[in-house]
Design a protein around this ligand. Structure first.
Ligand SMILES: Cc1cc2nc3c(=O)[nH]c(=O)nc-3n(C[C@H](O)[C@H](O)[C@H](O)COP(=O)(O)OP(=O)(O)OC[C@H]3O[C@@H](n4cnc5c(N)ncnc54)[C@H](O)[C@@H]3O)c2cc1C
Length: 432
């Protein structure tokens, strides 16, 4: 199988790129021009995984089928997990796929490409903490969030029928994922209490443990302070400057004592897949592909975007670093690559300007109708703080923008309305 453009990874960035390239090339020249490969048959926008984990977002409603998206957007889709790359032959190796009994359902395959974009995302960084990988849940993929949701459902039932009447959850890492998961779990608990008999009601104790001195360290002090206050007012025990030394099955071990827990979640940083280091491309210590300011890897026919790419960034204050692992960065890089690859395809001289990441600010959801965040005024250069319902609506609009990129305006409106109506009928919380 040979394709002009192969995109590996259909997440926040890869799927948007495949959709844009499909509409540009595939519609005119045929579906076989652009191929998207993903290890999962279903796309879910990763920033919603904490909602799936808390049972407040139904994965079967949220997940979009890649084959259907491919047909609509004029690209081809192949289900498969990339396990090797032959840069000399320009070939991608896909592992064989098994069912739950270990029987091979799809054999190993090889796909050749003219140009390739890697959009593989990232996983968790355990920083070598003993026990973290074994005992803590993570929110890396839809399957992780779904597994956690099932454990949460069982833990809710156990707490409701126990004599202790308490469920203890410890979350390691007070970045956006840890903060948003804490808020979403409080929502799920509040909804569960509304439908429970008095005798079943239980307390939810959430402890949010952070090694650094403040929550949401990547955001301005004011946002960090607001988010901490909002969580503490709702009963979350926030422990900053508390590095976790060990994770046990039923507790976190820290220098200031143990944090007992029935459920533990690790949300303390990202690291790309270890397998990236074996693909023959230059990677950094987080296994991210090193790319130049045109998102090109150490191989001239391969580009990388999103969380799996270490792209140079000159920050507004003049200091340098790499583009942060955020959905807005993956989105901007997909848009940039679409323009560059389309120009290349049209055999126009590709004197592409370098990719420049524009930080439009960050929004953090603190539950049903609350959010906090800052927006960067691109014209005035000033920083605007938003909070409450406005911040929450703006946060939700980011999700809609992603859907618009892959479904178009009409499809996005229909989907949003269908979800709203479904929630009205069957409720928001899905722990069964
Ligand atoms: C709970 C949570 C909340 C978040 N909230 C926000 C937020 O509010 N705002 C924000 O900007 N960012 C947020 N993020 C970060 C954001 O989700 C990521 O930065 C973004 O999804 C990165 O996009 P990507 O395209 O690089 O990778 P991903 O979206 O992770 O997609 C990677 C894709 O590659 C596929 N894949 C991986 N390996 C292989 C392989 N070997 N072969 C084939 N396919 C493969 C995966 O199946 C997946 O579909 C959040 C993340 C989490 C976990």
């Amino acid at each position: 199988m040979h394709y002009e453009l192969v995109i590996v990874g259909g997440g926040a960035g890869g799927l948007e790129l495949a959709s844009m390239m499909g509409r540009k090339l595939g519609r005119r020249l045929g579906h076989e021009k652009v191929l998207l490969i993903d290890g999962s048959p279903m796309h879910i926008w990763k920033p919603t995984l904490h909602e799936v984990a808390a049972g407040t977002l139904d994965i079967n409603q949220e997940g979009l089928s890649y084959p259907i998206l491919a047909r609509r957007n004029h690209f081809s889709f192949l289900l498969g997990r990339m396990v090797g790359l032959d840069t000399a032959q320009r070939q991608i190796m896909l592992a064989e796929m098994h069912d739950e009994h270990g029987t091979v359902i799809i054999p190993a395959r090889t796909v050749s490409y003219t140009r390739c974009v890697l959009a593989l995302g990232s996983g968790s960084n355990f920083f070598g903490t003993p026990g973290a990988e074994q005992h803590a849940a993570v929110l890396e993929r839809a399957e992780d969030a779904e597994r956690f949701r099932l454990h949460l459902g069982a833990a809710f039932a156990r707490a409701a029928y126990s004599s202790r009447k308490v469920l203890r959850v410890a979350i390691v890492g007070a970045g956006a994922t840890g903060v948003e998961l804490s808020a979403e779990l409080l929502e799920a608990h509040a909804e569960a209490l509304q439908i429970m008999a008095d005798s079943q009601r239980f307390r939810l104790d959430i402890t949010l443990v952070e090694a650094g001195p403040r929550v949401l360290a990547a955001l301005p002090d004011r946002i960090s302070a607001q988010a901490r206050l909002a969580l503490e007012q709702r009963g979350v025990n926030v422990k900053t400057s508390t590095p976790v030394a060990e994770v046990r099955a039923d507790a976190l071990v820290t220098a200031s004592g143990e944090v007992p827990a029935d459920l533990i979640v690790w949300a303390a940083g990202i690291k790309a897949a270890a397998g990236n280091a074996g693909l023959g491309l230059a990677v950094n210590r987080l296994n991210q592909f090193e790319v130049n300011d045109r998102l090109q890897t150490s191989d001239p026919h391969i580009w990388a975007l999103g969380d799996c790419a270490a792209c140079p960034w000159v920050k507004p204050d003049g200091s340098t670093g790499t583009v942060p692992a955020r959905a807005q960065a993956a989105h901007q890089q997909a848009t940039y690559l679409q323009r560059m690859l389309a120009a290349w395809q049209a055999q126009r001289p590709h004197a592409a300007p370098p990719f420049v990441y524009r930080d439009h600010g960050s929004l953090v959801s603190l539950g049903d109708n609350r959010g906090v965040g800052n927006l960067m005024g691109s014209l005035s250069g000033r920083n605007f703080f938003v909070e409450g319902l406005i911040a929450k609506w703006m946060y939700m609009s980011l999700h809609l923008m992603h859907h618009r990129a892959i479904l178009g305006v009409g499809g996005t409106i229909v989907l949003a309305l269908a979800r709203l109506l479904q929630q009205r009928v069957s409720g928001r919380l899905k722990l069964h």
